[in-house]
Design a protein. Structure first.
Length: 462
Protein backbone atom coordinates (compact mmCIF):
# COMPACT_ATOMS: atom_id res chain seq x y z
CA UNK A 1 0.00 0.00 0.00
CA UNK A 2 2.82 2.37 0.88
CA UNK A 3 4.54 1.74 -2.45
CA UNK A 4 1.25 2.36 -4.31
CA UNK A 5 0.80 5.67 -2.54
CA UNK A 6 4.35 6.69 -3.39
CA UNK A 7 3.85 5.70 -7.01
CA UNK A 8 0.68 7.80 -7.26
CA UNK A 9 2.51 10.70 -5.68
CA UNK A 10 5.25 10.37 -8.28
CA UNK A 11 2.69 10.35 -11.09
CA UNK A 12 0.98 13.46 -9.73
CA UNK A 13 4.31 15.23 -9.40
CA UNK A 14 5.33 14.38 -12.94
CA UNK A 15 1.93 15.54 -14.19
CA UNK A 16 2.38 18.83 -12.37
CA UNK A 17 5.82 19.40 -13.84
CA UNK A 18 5.52 18.02 -17.36
CA UNK A 19 1.86 18.07 -18.45
CA UNK A 20 2.22 21.29 -20.45
CA UNK A 21 1.35 20.72 -24.11
CA UNK A 22 0.42 22.82 -27.14
CA UNK A 23 -2.76 24.86 -27.51
CA UNK A 24 -4.44 27.38 -29.81
CA UNK A 25 -6.02 30.75 -29.03
CA UNK A 26 -9.27 31.85 -30.68
CA UNK A 27 -10.11 35.14 -28.93
CA UNK A 28 -10.94 38.17 -31.04
CA UNK A 29 -8.29 40.84 -31.48
CA UNK A 30 -8.28 44.35 -32.89
CA UNK A 31 -7.62 42.77 -36.29
CA UNK A 32 -10.36 40.10 -36.15
CA UNK A 33 -13.14 41.62 -34.02
CA UNK A 34 -16.64 42.14 -35.39
CA UNK A 35 -17.00 45.56 -37.05
CA UNK A 36 -19.92 47.11 -35.18
CA UNK A 37 -19.29 50.44 -36.87
CA UNK A 38 -20.18 48.93 -40.24
CA UNK A 39 -23.87 49.17 -39.34
CA UNK A 40 -24.95 52.65 -40.53
CA UNK A 41 -27.81 52.70 -38.02
CA UNK A 42 -25.74 51.44 -35.08
CA UNK A 43 -22.68 52.37 -33.09
CA UNK A 44 -20.84 52.02 -29.80
CA UNK A 45 -22.14 53.42 -26.50
CA UNK A 46 -19.60 53.42 -23.65
CA UNK A 47 -21.07 54.01 -20.18
CA UNK A 48 -18.67 54.63 -17.32
CA UNK A 49 -16.71 56.88 -14.98
CA UNK A 50 -13.26 58.50 -15.02
CA UNK A 51 -11.60 55.16 -15.82
CA UNK A 52 -13.79 54.97 -18.92
CA UNK A 53 -13.16 58.64 -19.64
CA UNK A 54 -9.41 58.06 -19.85
CA UNK A 55 -8.14 59.68 -16.67
CA UNK A 56 -4.51 58.68 -16.32
CA UNK A 57 -3.78 58.57 -20.03
CA UNK A 58 -1.43 61.01 -21.71
CA UNK A 59 -4.34 62.56 -23.60
CA UNK A 60 -6.55 63.32 -20.60
CA UNK A 61 -7.25 67.02 -19.98
CA UNK A 62 -5.89 68.34 -16.71
CA UNK A 63 -6.78 69.43 -14.12
CA UNK A 64 -8.99 66.49 -13.20
CA UNK A 65 -12.29 68.38 -13.34
CA UNK A 66 -11.65 70.13 -16.65
CA UNK A 67 -14.59 68.82 -18.67
CA UNK A 68 -13.10 69.45 -22.07
CA UNK A 69 -15.57 68.48 -24.78
CA UNK A 70 -13.38 66.06 -26.62
CA UNK A 71 -12.64 62.39 -26.88
CA UNK A 72 -9.49 61.20 -25.14
CA UNK A 73 -6.93 59.26 -27.12
CA UNK A 74 -5.66 56.32 -25.09
CA UNK A 75 -8.92 55.82 -23.19
CA UNK A 76 -9.94 52.19 -23.51
CA UNK A 77 -13.39 52.93 -25.05
CA UNK A 78 -11.69 55.11 -27.67
CA UNK A 79 -9.33 52.22 -28.51
CA UNK A 80 -12.27 49.82 -28.79
CA UNK A 81 -14.29 52.25 -30.91
CA UNK A 82 -11.51 52.40 -33.46
CA UNK A 83 -11.00 48.61 -33.36
CA UNK A 84 -14.70 47.93 -34.08
CA UNK A 85 -14.79 50.43 -36.95
CA UNK A 86 -16.67 53.32 -35.35
CA UNK A 87 -16.18 56.98 -36.23
CA UNK A 88 -14.50 58.90 -33.38
CA UNK A 89 -14.81 62.68 -33.83
CA UNK A 90 -12.70 64.85 -31.54
CA UNK A 91 -15.75 66.66 -30.14
CA UNK A 92 -17.44 64.40 -27.61
CA UNK A 93 -20.83 65.97 -28.37
CA UNK A 94 -20.49 65.50 -32.13
CA UNK A 95 -23.37 63.18 -33.01
CA UNK A 96 -22.20 62.72 -36.60
CA UNK A 97 -19.96 59.86 -35.45
CA UNK A 98 -21.17 56.53 -34.12
CA UNK A 99 -19.03 56.37 -30.97
CA UNK A 100 -20.89 57.83 -27.97
CA UNK A 101 -18.95 57.97 -24.68
CA UNK A 102 -21.34 58.53 -21.78
CA UNK A 103 -18.35 58.67 -19.44
CA UNK A 104 -17.77 61.23 -16.70
CA UNK A 105 -15.24 61.50 -13.84
CA UNK A 106 -16.91 60.42 -10.63
CA UNK A 107 -19.89 58.86 -12.43
CA UNK A 108 -21.85 56.59 -10.11
CA UNK A 109 -24.42 53.92 -10.73
CA UNK A 110 -26.92 56.08 -8.84
CA UNK A 111 -26.67 58.94 -11.35
CA UNK A 112 -26.75 56.55 -14.31
CA UNK A 113 -29.96 55.02 -12.93
CA UNK A 114 -31.50 58.50 -13.12
CA UNK A 115 -30.32 58.98 -16.69
CA UNK A 116 -32.00 55.77 -17.81
CA UNK A 117 -35.22 56.36 -15.91
CA UNK A 118 -34.80 53.64 -13.29
CA UNK A 119 -36.41 54.40 -9.96
CA UNK A 120 -34.35 53.12 -7.05
CA UNK A 121 -34.58 53.44 -3.27
CA UNK A 122 -31.26 55.24 -2.90
CA UNK A 123 -31.21 57.92 -0.22
CA UNK A 124 -27.92 59.55 0.68
CA UNK A 125 -27.96 63.13 1.90
CA UNK A 126 -24.25 62.91 2.74
CA UNK A 127 -23.23 62.82 -0.92
CA UNK A 128 -23.22 65.92 -3.09
CA UNK A 129 -24.57 65.30 -6.60
CA UNK A 130 -24.64 68.93 -7.71
CA UNK A 131 -21.66 68.68 -10.07
CA UNK A 132 -23.41 66.11 -12.28
CA UNK A 133 -25.85 68.72 -13.60
CA UNK A 134 -22.81 70.63 -14.85
CA UNK A 135 -21.51 67.53 -16.59
CA UNK A 136 -24.79 66.81 -18.35
CA UNK A 137 -24.97 70.39 -19.59
CA UNK A 138 -21.33 70.44 -20.65
CA UNK A 139 -21.64 67.26 -22.70
CA UNK A 140 -24.83 68.38 -24.43
CA UNK A 141 -27.28 65.86 -22.97
CA UNK A 142 -30.81 66.99 -22.25
CA UNK A 143 -32.37 67.19 -18.81
CA UNK A 144 -30.99 66.85 -15.31
CA UNK A 145 -29.11 63.99 -13.74
CA UNK A 146 -29.81 65.28 -10.26
CA UNK A 147 -33.07 67.21 -10.02
CA UNK A 148 -35.02 65.42 -7.32
CA UNK A 149 -31.99 63.80 -5.66
CA UNK A 150 -31.28 66.95 -3.64
CA UNK A 151 -34.11 66.33 -1.17
CA UNK A 152 -36.68 63.63 -1.83
CA UNK A 153 -34.91 61.06 -4.05
CA UNK A 154 -38.19 59.98 -5.58
CA UNK A 155 -39.02 60.08 -9.31
CA UNK A 156 -35.76 60.00 -11.28
CA UNK A 157 -35.06 62.37 -14.15
CA UNK A 158 -34.62 60.98 -17.66
CA UNK A 159 -32.55 62.19 -20.58
CA UNK A 160 -34.11 61.44 -23.94
CA UNK A 161 -30.89 61.57 -25.95
CA UNK A 162 -29.26 58.95 -23.69
CA UNK A 163 -32.18 56.57 -24.20
CA UNK A 164 -31.96 57.14 -27.95
CA UNK A 165 -28.28 56.21 -28.00
CA UNK A 166 -28.92 53.05 -25.98
CA UNK A 167 -31.67 51.99 -28.38
CA UNK A 168 -29.58 52.33 -31.52
CA UNK A 169 -26.18 51.13 -30.24
CA UNK A 170 -24.84 47.86 -31.64
CA UNK A 171 -22.24 47.57 -28.87
CA UNK A 172 -22.62 48.77 -25.26
CA UNK A 173 -19.97 48.54 -22.56
CA UNK A 174 -20.79 49.35 -18.93
CA UNK A 175 -17.99 50.21 -16.49
CA UNK A 176 -19.73 51.34 -13.31
CA UNK A 177 -19.59 50.59 -9.60
CA UNK A 178 -16.08 51.53 -8.53
CA UNK A 179 -17.13 55.11 -7.90
CA UNK A 180 -20.12 53.89 -5.87
CA UNK A 181 -17.77 51.83 -3.72
CA UNK A 182 -14.55 53.86 -3.54
CA UNK A 183 -15.16 57.46 -4.66
CA UNK A 184 -18.51 57.90 -2.90
CA UNK A 185 -16.96 56.61 0.35
CA UNK A 186 -14.09 59.07 0.02
CA UNK A 187 -16.46 61.99 -0.57
CA UNK A 188 -18.52 61.11 2.48
CA UNK A 189 -15.41 60.68 4.63
CA UNK A 190 -14.21 64.04 3.34
CA UNK A 191 -17.50 65.71 4.22
CA UNK A 192 -17.18 64.23 7.72
CA UNK A 193 -14.02 66.24 8.29
CA UNK A 194 -11.65 63.29 8.37
CA UNK A 195 -9.71 64.59 5.37
CA UNK A 196 -8.05 67.98 5.26
CA UNK A 197 -8.05 69.85 1.95
CA UNK A 198 -9.78 66.93 0.31
CA UNK A 199 -6.90 64.46 0.31
CA UNK A 200 -4.23 64.88 3.01
CA UNK A 201 -4.59 62.66 6.07
CA UNK A 202 -3.75 64.15 9.45
CA UNK A 203 -1.30 61.50 10.63
CA UNK A 204 -0.63 63.41 13.85
CA UNK A 205 -4.07 62.43 15.15
CA UNK A 206 -4.39 58.62 15.35
CA UNK A 207 -7.98 58.82 16.56
CA UNK A 208 -8.99 60.89 13.53
CA UNK A 209 -7.16 58.45 11.27
CA UNK A 210 -9.00 55.52 12.85
CA UNK A 211 -12.32 57.33 12.53
CA UNK A 212 -11.64 58.00 8.87
CA UNK A 213 -10.75 54.35 8.25
CA UNK A 214 -13.92 53.13 9.96
CA UNK A 215 -16.11 55.58 8.08
CA UNK A 216 -14.46 54.82 4.76
CA UNK A 217 -14.73 51.04 5.11
CA UNK A 218 -18.34 51.31 6.31
CA UNK A 219 -19.31 53.52 3.36
CA UNK A 220 -17.47 51.22 0.97
CA UNK A 221 -19.72 48.41 2.15
CA UNK A 222 -22.82 50.61 1.80
CA UNK A 223 -21.80 51.47 -1.75
CA UNK A 224 -21.15 47.81 -2.53
CA UNK A 225 -24.58 46.78 -1.23
CA UNK A 226 -26.27 49.47 -3.35
CA UNK A 227 -24.30 48.45 -6.44
CA UNK A 228 -25.06 44.76 -5.88
CA UNK A 229 -28.79 45.46 -5.61
CA UNK A 230 -29.24 47.92 -8.46
CA UNK A 231 -26.57 47.23 -11.07
CA UNK A 232 -28.58 44.30 -12.51
CA UNK A 233 -31.53 46.66 -12.95
CA UNK A 234 -29.42 48.80 -15.28
CA UNK A 235 -28.47 45.72 -17.32
CA UNK A 236 -32.15 44.73 -17.50
CA UNK A 237 -33.01 48.25 -18.67
CA UNK A 238 -30.39 48.16 -21.42
CA UNK A 239 -31.60 44.73 -22.54
CA UNK A 240 -35.15 46.08 -22.61
CA UNK A 241 -34.16 49.14 -24.65
CA UNK A 242 -32.01 47.18 -27.09
CA UNK A 243 -32.31 43.37 -26.96
CA UNK A 244 -30.12 42.94 -30.07
CA UNK A 245 -27.09 44.87 -28.78
CA UNK A 246 -23.88 43.21 -27.63
CA UNK A 247 -23.64 44.27 -23.97
CA UNK A 248 -20.34 43.93 -22.09
CA UNK A 249 -20.06 44.32 -18.33
CA UNK A 250 -16.55 45.63 -17.68
CA UNK A 251 -15.29 44.25 -14.37
CA UNK A 252 -13.49 45.91 -11.48
CA UNK A 253 -9.90 46.05 -10.29
CA UNK A 254 -8.18 46.85 -7.02
CA UNK A 255 -7.44 50.57 -7.22
CA UNK A 256 -5.00 50.25 -4.31
CA UNK A 257 -3.28 47.10 -5.57
CA UNK A 258 0.46 47.34 -4.96
CA UNK A 259 0.11 50.62 -3.03
CA UNK A 260 2.39 50.87 -0.01
CA UNK A 261 2.10 53.32 2.91
CA UNK A 262 5.73 54.45 2.61
CA UNK A 263 8.49 53.86 0.07
CA UNK A 264 10.25 51.52 2.53
CA UNK A 265 7.22 49.36 3.32
CA UNK A 266 6.94 46.49 0.82
CA UNK A 267 3.60 45.07 2.02
CA UNK A 268 0.76 46.47 -0.14
CA UNK A 269 -2.18 48.08 1.67
CA UNK A 270 -4.47 47.28 -1.26
CA UNK A 271 -5.12 43.83 0.19
CA UNK A 272 -7.47 45.51 2.67
CA UNK A 273 -10.03 46.16 -0.07
CA UNK A 274 -9.25 43.26 -2.40
CA UNK A 275 -12.22 41.24 -1.10
CA UNK A 276 -14.68 43.83 -2.41
CA UNK A 277 -13.36 43.87 -5.97
CA UNK A 278 -13.12 40.07 -5.95
CA UNK A 279 -16.76 39.88 -4.83
CA UNK A 280 -17.80 42.34 -7.55
CA UNK A 281 -16.10 40.28 -10.24
CA UNK A 282 -17.74 37.07 -9.01
CA UNK A 283 -21.13 38.76 -9.29
CA UNK A 284 -20.32 39.99 -12.81
CA UNK A 285 -19.70 36.38 -13.81
CA UNK A 286 -23.03 35.28 -12.35
CA UNK A 287 -24.94 38.12 -13.99
CA UNK A 288 -23.34 37.42 -17.37
CA UNK A 289 -24.95 33.97 -17.36
CA UNK A 290 -28.20 35.20 -15.83
CA UNK A 291 -28.83 38.06 -18.27
CA UNK A 292 -27.14 36.68 -21.36
CA UNK A 293 -24.50 39.40 -21.60
CA UNK A 294 -20.68 39.33 -21.72
CA UNK A 295 -18.25 39.84 -18.85
CA UNK A 296 -14.76 41.26 -19.43
CA UNK A 297 -12.32 40.51 -16.61
CA UNK A 298 -9.97 43.47 -16.00
CA UNK A 299 -8.91 42.48 -12.48
CA UNK A 300 -5.20 42.59 -13.36
CA UNK A 301 -5.25 46.27 -14.39
CA UNK A 302 -2.21 48.19 -13.17
CA UNK A 303 -2.74 51.70 -11.90
CA UNK A 304 -0.26 54.53 -12.34
CA UNK A 305 0.67 54.14 -8.67
CA UNK A 306 1.38 50.42 -9.08
CA UNK A 307 3.31 50.83 -12.31
CA UNK A 308 5.46 53.63 -10.89
CA UNK A 309 5.66 52.07 -7.40
CA UNK A 310 4.32 55.20 -5.71
CA UNK A 311 3.61 54.94 -2.00
CA UNK A 312 0.61 56.46 -0.22
CA UNK A 313 2.70 59.00 1.70
CA UNK A 314 5.15 59.47 -1.16
CA UNK A 315 4.38 60.30 -4.77
CA UNK A 316 0.78 59.06 -4.54
CA UNK A 317 -0.39 62.23 -2.78
CA UNK A 318 1.42 64.44 -5.29
CA UNK A 319 -0.44 62.65 -8.10
CA UNK A 320 -3.68 61.89 -6.24
CA UNK A 321 -6.04 62.85 -9.07
CA UNK A 322 -4.69 60.17 -11.40
CA UNK A 323 -2.73 57.76 -9.17
CA UNK A 324 -5.52 55.21 -8.72
CA UNK A 325 -6.45 55.22 -12.42
CA UNK A 326 -5.05 52.89 -15.08
CA UNK A 327 -1.77 53.86 -16.62
CA UNK A 328 -1.72 54.24 -20.43
CA UNK A 329 -0.62 50.61 -20.61
CA UNK A 330 -3.49 49.78 -18.25
CA UNK A 331 -6.04 51.31 -20.60
CA UNK A 332 -4.58 49.35 -23.51
CA UNK A 333 -4.80 46.19 -21.38
CA UNK A 334 -8.48 46.82 -20.57
CA UNK A 335 -9.21 47.35 -24.26
CA UNK A 336 -7.51 44.06 -25.14
CA UNK A 337 -9.45 42.23 -22.44
CA UNK A 338 -12.75 43.53 -23.83
CA UNK A 339 -11.80 42.78 -27.42
CA UNK A 340 -10.87 39.23 -26.40
CA UNK A 341 -14.46 38.48 -25.33
CA UNK A 342 -16.21 40.17 -28.27
CA UNK A 343 -17.37 38.12 -31.27
CA UNK A 344 -15.00 37.85 -34.19
CA UNK A 345 -15.83 38.83 -37.76
CA UNK A 346 -17.84 35.59 -38.15
CA UNK A 347 -19.80 36.31 -34.97
CA UNK A 348 -18.14 33.57 -32.93
CA UNK A 349 -16.55 33.75 -29.49
CA UNK A 350 -14.21 31.03 -28.26
CA UNK A 351 -12.28 30.80 -25.02
CA UNK A 352 -8.55 30.18 -25.52
CA UNK A 353 -7.39 26.91 -23.99
CA UNK A 354 -4.42 26.60 -21.69
CA UNK A 355 -2.83 29.48 -19.81
CA UNK A 356 -3.04 32.92 -21.45
CA UNK A 357 -2.23 36.01 -19.40
CA UNK A 358 -2.13 39.60 -20.62
CA UNK A 359 0.84 41.06 -18.76
CA UNK A 360 -0.24 44.64 -19.36
CA UNK A 361 2.99 46.50 -20.06
CA UNK A 362 5.48 43.67 -20.55
CA UNK A 363 6.30 42.49 -24.06
CA UNK A 364 9.09 40.14 -23.03
CA UNK A 365 9.81 37.91 -20.07
CA UNK A 366 13.06 36.39 -18.89
CA UNK A 367 11.68 33.65 -16.67
CA UNK A 368 8.35 31.90 -16.12
CA UNK A 369 7.64 29.76 -13.08
CA UNK A 370 4.58 27.60 -12.41
CA UNK A 371 4.18 26.42 -8.81
CA UNK A 372 7.70 27.76 -8.26
CA UNK A 373 9.16 25.52 -10.99
CA UNK A 374 10.70 27.16 -14.11
CA UNK A 375 9.02 26.25 -17.41
CA UNK A 376 10.41 26.71 -20.91
CA UNK A 377 7.48 26.04 -23.27
CA UNK A 378 5.98 29.52 -23.41
CA UNK A 379 5.80 32.36 -25.90
CA UNK A 380 4.85 36.03 -26.01
CA UNK A 381 2.19 37.34 -28.38
CA UNK A 382 2.56 41.07 -27.90
CA UNK A 383 1.81 41.50 -24.20
CA UNK A 384 0.02 38.13 -23.90
CA UNK A 385 1.98 35.31 -22.29
CA UNK A 386 0.96 31.89 -23.62
CA UNK A 387 2.09 28.94 -21.54
CA UNK A 388 1.22 25.64 -23.16
CA UNK A 389 -0.24 24.09 -20.06
CA UNK A 390 -3.36 22.12 -19.16
CA UNK A 391 -2.25 21.10 -15.68
CA UNK A 392 -5.10 21.43 -13.14
CA UNK A 393 -2.52 21.34 -10.33
CA UNK A 394 -0.99 24.63 -11.52
CA UNK A 395 -2.04 27.19 -8.91
CA UNK A 396 0.60 29.91 -9.15
CA UNK A 397 2.43 31.76 -11.89
CA UNK A 398 5.44 34.06 -11.55
CA UNK A 399 6.94 36.03 -14.41
CA UNK A 400 10.29 37.80 -14.21
CA UNK A 401 11.33 40.52 -16.63
CA UNK A 402 14.46 42.66 -16.84
CA UNK A 403 14.37 46.09 -18.43
CA UNK A 404 17.15 47.80 -20.38
CA UNK A 405 18.63 49.16 -17.16
CA UNK A 406 18.96 45.69 -15.69
CA UNK A 407 16.22 46.23 -13.12
CA UNK A 408 14.14 43.15 -12.37
CA UNK A 409 10.34 43.34 -12.27
CA UNK A 410 8.07 40.54 -11.10
CA UNK A 411 4.38 39.77 -11.49
CA UNK A 412 2.70 37.02 -9.48
CA UNK A 413 -0.64 35.36 -10.23
CA UNK A 414 -2.97 32.92 -8.53
CA UNK A 415 -4.33 30.41 -11.06
CA UNK A 416 -7.73 28.73 -11.31
CA UNK A 417 -8.26 25.90 -13.82
CA UNK A 418 -11.64 25.22 -15.43
CA UNK A 419 -12.74 23.54 -18.67
CA UNK A 420 -9.28 23.40 -20.17
CA UNK A 421 -8.29 27.02 -19.49
CA UNK A 422 -6.97 29.12 -16.62
CA UNK A 423 -8.08 32.33 -14.96
CA UNK A 424 -5.04 34.21 -13.66
CA UNK A 425 -5.50 36.71 -10.82
CA UNK A 426 -2.74 39.14 -10.02
CA UNK A 427 -1.22 38.92 -6.55
CA UNK A 428 -0.20 42.51 -5.94
CA UNK A 429 3.00 43.41 -4.19
CA UNK A 430 5.83 45.68 -5.17
CA UNK A 431 7.55 44.85 -8.46
CA UNK A 432 10.72 44.30 -6.49
CA UNK A 433 11.95 40.72 -6.87
CA UNK A 434 12.81 40.04 -3.23
CA UNK A 435 9.49 41.42 -2.00
CA UNK A 436 7.38 39.39 -4.39
CA UNK A 437 8.86 36.12 -5.51
CA UNK A 438 8.25 34.03 -2.39
CA UNK A 439 4.56 34.83 -1.82
CA UNK A 440 2.98 32.59 -4.48
CA UNK A 441 5.47 29.83 -3.69
CA UNK A 442 4.15 29.88 -0.13
CA UNK A 443 0.58 29.76 -1.43
CA UNK A 444 1.16 26.43 -3.16
CA UNK A 445 3.23 24.82 -0.41
CA UNK A 446 0.31 23.21 1.41
CA UNK A 447 -1.07 21.83 -1.85
CA UNK A 448 2.17 20.27 -3.04
CA UNK A 449 3.95 19.18 0.13
CA UNK A 450 2.21 15.80 0.41
CA UNK A 451 2.89 15.07 -3.27
CA UNK A 452 6.55 16.00 -2.95
CA UNK A 453 6.82 14.05 0.29
CA UNK A 454 5.53 10.95 -1.48
CA UNK A 455 7.94 11.57 -4.34
CA UNK A 456 10.87 11.74 -1.93
CA UNK A 457 9.65 8.61 -0.20
CA UNK A 458 10.26 6.55 -3.32
CA UNK A 459 13.96 6.88 -2.65
CA UNK A 460 13.65 5.81 0.96
CA UNK A 461 14.94 2.27 1.41
CA UNK A 462 12.34 1.62 4.11
Amino acid sequence: MKKTTRFLALVLTLMMLFSCIGMEAFAATAETVKQYGANPDGGYLAIGDSICRGCGTAGYPHPYYDYAQRNVEGAFPYIIAQAVGCSTPDDITDQTGNYWPLCYPGMTLGVTMDLFGIEDDFSDTAFDYSNYDHMMEKFGHEGSAVGVRGETYTTPATVGSVLDLAQKASLITVELGMCDVFYRALRIAESGGFLADGIELDLSDPSALLSFAKTYLSEMNNGFQYWKTWYPKLIERLKELNPEATIVMVGSFNIAGGLRITDDMVVPVGNAVSAITASMNLLYKQWAKQYGVIYADISNTETLAAENEWSLLGDFLANAEIASHPAPAGNAYIARQILSVLPDAEGETKTPKGLNVDLGRFTKVDKVLINGVPVLNYEMDGTVLKVHCYDPLAVSLIIVSKDDNGDTAVQSYQLAFKNGSFDAYRVYATNNLKATVFKPVKNVFNITKSVLSGFAGLFNKD
